[in-house]
Design a protein around this ligand. Structure first.
Ligand code: PEP
Ligand code: MN
Length: 270
């Protein structure tokens, strides 16, 4: 395992240089954090109810997509600007910090205004124009690994953001495509300690997209915690079967509570 010399800024030099990102009362990279919410922003009533239930669990980050990069142009594309207004409401009513995805130049500033963390989805990991632009904002970026991206390509994508001035990046392992499509993707658990040993950035894991199956979310969330993840990104909904997107991999609030309750004990194993 030899890292490209172009991984200049992302490379970990010693144990002390781990990046810590303070968002509200949480220091990402120091405090284990869960980011949860529905795949897409739902109607206002449902979204606020999900947020309320997540806040009760003492989870601090709410994630939902306003603009969705769906495989099919005929699938639900997100409520767009209307969803950004709903996210603002979630923020003011619940106090939760907001994570939402930016796809391109469309609504870029409006997304950055409402988001406390801006997500770059797997399909956009290699979008160098977008990465350069995110290097110029003063919000943390959650960078998801492309499902066909090597570790080094992933780190070089982070390098694009870092070298353009934004130091607050969270890496997120969300599964890769392998020969086996029995699960939606293959969760690359080994990527977690690998990324943490080569880069100084916090590493999150997304067991929802990694598996595509709600019954696999809890076991893979546990594996991610023990493997050294700094946090989890989980799709959760008050009524998962009714979720506007990614319903099959979405867990209910009880299951989210169950994962949240287990984290502390699991942290002792690493
Ligand atoms: C998402 O986070 O809802 C999403 C579309 O994930 P990914 O970019 O990892 O496919
Ligand atoms: Mn999703």
């Amino acid at each position: 395992m030899n890292l490209s010399t172009d991984c200049k800024l992302v490379k970990k030099k010693n144990c002390e240089d781990a990046t810590k990102i303070k968002i509200g009362e949480t220091v990402i990279g120091q405090d284990f954090a869960i980011i949860a919410g529905p795949c897409s922003v739902e109607d206002e009533v449902t979204t606020l109810k999900i947020a309320e239930e997540i806040a009760v669990l003492d989870i601090k980050f709410f994630r939902a997509g306003a603009f969705k990069p769906r495989n099919s142009p005929y699938s639900f594309q997100g409520y767009g600007d209307k969803a950004l207004n709903i996210l603002s409401k979630v923020k003011s009513v619940s106090g939760l910090k907001i994570v939402t995805e930016v796809l391109d130049n469309d609504a870029f500033d409006a997304i950055c205004d409402v988001a406390d963390i801006v997500q770059v989805g797997a399909k956009n990991m290699g979008n160098t124009a977008l990465l350069k632009k995110l290097g110029g904002i003063n919000k943390p970026v959650l960078l998801k690994r492309g499902f066909a991206a090597k570790i080094e390509e992933f780190l070089l994508a982070a390098e694009y953001i870092l070298s353009n001035g934004n130091k607050n990046i969270i890496l997120c392992e969300r599964g890769i495509r392998t020969f086996d499509d029995f699960t939606r993707f293959t969760f690359d658990v080994a990527a977690i300690p690998t990324l943490k040993s080569f880069a100084h950035l916090p590493v999150f894991a997304d067991p929802s997209h990694a598996t595509g199956l709600r019954e696999l979310v809890t076991p893979m969330a546990k594996a991610a915690v023990v493997a050294g993840a700094d946090g989890l990104l989980i799709e959760a909904h008050i009524d998962p079967d009714k979720a506007l997107s990614d319903s099959r991999q979405t867990i209910n609030i009880d299951e989210l509570k169950n994962i949240n309750n287990k984290v502390k004990a699991l942290l002792a194993f690493r």
